[in-house]
Each structure stands twice: as C-alpha cells, then as structure tokens.
Design a protein around this ligand. Structure first.
Ligand code: 18C
Length: 254
C-alpha cells in the first residue's frame, strides 16, 4: 500500500516496489523495456538522420531534427564515458531528488509531488524561462532500476527513466507543460588490477542518455536548437563531474 507524502524532499517510509495494481505499473515497465531494447538495437552513431552536435571525445551528443505541427521535438541521444564512477552511482545521483538542484542548471525550482515506492516518485520541474518563449514546467515519474544480464550478450546495467505523467495535485495551470521521455542507462567496466583491491582507478562508466522532449507549445525552433546544442553537453559534463566529486572519498557503490 503506497503512502502519500506531499512536498517532501527526503525519502519517506513507503513501499519497497510499486504494486502491480498501481496505474503507472505497466507504463513504467513498458518504458524501461523499450529503452533497454532501443539501447541494444540502435548503436548511438551518425546514421539514419542522426547528426552529431557535440564531439568532445569522451562525450558525444546527437540529435535528429523532427517537427510536429511546426513545433521542434528533436530527439537527443548522448554517450559519455567517465572514469572513477560506477553505473549504480551515476543512476543513483541522476534519480536522487534531494541533490537535483546541485547539478541542474536550467531549473528555477523543483518539488516532489508524490512518492510511489522506494524506487519511484513523481516530481515537478520548473524550467528557467527562455526569452521570448513562455516559461515551461514538467511533471514526471522517475524510476530507478538495476537490470541484470538477460543473456551472455546482454548488459548488466542501471537505468533511470523520467517520463511525463499527470497528477491531480499538480495541474498545468501556471506554465506551458513540456512532455518528455528521458532515460539514462549505465554500464560499469572494471579492469581489475594485477594485484590488490579494485579502486576507482580501475572503473569506468559508460553512459547512454536519451531525451525525447516536446516543448508543449510554440517555441522558436532556432532558439530552441541553439539552447539544446549548448545545454545538453553542459548538463552531461556538469552532472558527471558532480558524481565524481560526490563519490571520490566514498566506498565504491557497485
Ligand atoms: O535529464 C535531465 N534532467 C532530468 C532531471 O531534472 C529530467 C529533465 C528533463 C528536462 C529536459 C528538457 C527541457 C526542455 C525544455 C524546453 C524549454 C523550451 C524553452 C523554449 C526555448 C525557446 O529528465 C537533464 C536535462 C538537461 C536539459 C538540457 C536542455 C535544457 C534546455 C532548457 C531550456 C532552459 C535553458 C535556460 C538556460 C539558462 C541557463 C542559465
């Protein structure tokens, strides 16, 4: 049985995992599976309309230009390799609500609307306004999961999905509501030392990030595309540096 806590910033007492009778249960499992399948089926590279908009070696961002009724909804994909952190750590910090404002540079504020279980909550992000467009917000469930190897080829990974939803306690009355389907998927590569324990020097995290965002109403395409081109690489750099910094003196969370 879920317990409802409004405006909470820390994890309250709630069910360990989401009940199969919860209205979001199927949607969450479907979204996780479709992201994992997509990751296995489609390598992140420049083909089929995908173009690289940032190449910094260890960090690459791709987009595919797409419009719906004149509104740009370009899907974004990024790959990033970072030494010294695990996929579990990266996903834990991407999902954790209490530290979101420490790495999110494009938000005015955010709050938890409802905790659904130990691994899932609904939150509201209010995004900084970009002139001349109206201010936006987003309402989404956020779910974290460890996925064990499905077979010999399949990856062992951690995944977080942030997926737009509705909630009676957070109606879209004040801002234009964006909708999104965002996933962060991480694999950990371990190169064991010849002798001794595994340290942070022996681990590398391979991150795949995908974002399908609909800005929810008119937005000037050229401004939006320029903001994305600047902000997505910045977000990945800033966020992964944040995780490196937060974990450097902590035991490795495998
Ligand atoms: O995935 C990220 N964060 C998650 C946790 O918060 C979550 C959020 C995803 C929202 C993603 C997209 C927002 C798009 C907003 C469109 C706004 C339209 C404005 C009209 C412009 C003409 O999953 C990390 C997300 C990293 C997002 C990078 C792109 C964000 C663009 C936001 C625009 C606001 C920029 C303000 C810049 C001011 C900087 C000082």
């Amino acid at each position: 049985e879920k317990k409802r806590i409004v405006e909470s910033t820390s994890k309250p007492d709630h069910a360990i995992s989401l009940s199969s009778s919860h209205p979001f249960y199927k949607e969450i499992n479907d979204a996780i599976n479709s992201h994992l399948n997509r990751l296995l089926m489609e390598p992140v590279e420049e083909k089929d309309g995908w173009v690289c908009i940032a190449d910094q070696g260890d960090l690459k961002v791709f987009k595919r230009e797409l419009e719906e009724n004149g509104i740009p909804i370009d899907p974004m994909k990024a790959v990033c390799t970072v030494k010294g952190i695990t996929g579990h750590e990266v996903c834990q910090y991407f999902w954790a609500f209490d530290t979101r404002m420490e790495w999110e540079a494009t938000l005015d504020n955010c709050h938890v609307v409802e905790w659904l279980s130990d691994d899932t909550f609904v939150s509201n992000n209010v995004i900084k306004r970009v002139w001349p467009a109206s201010q936006r917000d987003a309402l989404f469930w956020s779910h974290i999961r460890h996925v064990s190897k499905r077979n010999d080829e399949g990856p062992d990974c951690w995944i977080v999905v942030n997926y737009s939803c509705e909630h009676p306690e957070c109606q879209p009355v004040k801002y234009v509501r964006i909708t999104m389907n965002v996933a962060l998927i991480c694999e950990t590569i371990i190169e064991p030392p010849a002798s001794g324990d595994i340290t942070r020097k022996n681990i590398t995290c391979k991150i795949t990030y995908t974002a399908d965002v609909n800005p929810g109403g008119w937005a000037p395409a050229s401004v939006l595309r320029a903001v994305y081109k600047r902000e997505y690489p910045k977000f990945l750099r800033r966020f992964t540096e944040f995780v490196v910094d937060k974990t450097k003196d902590k035991p490795i969370l495998f």
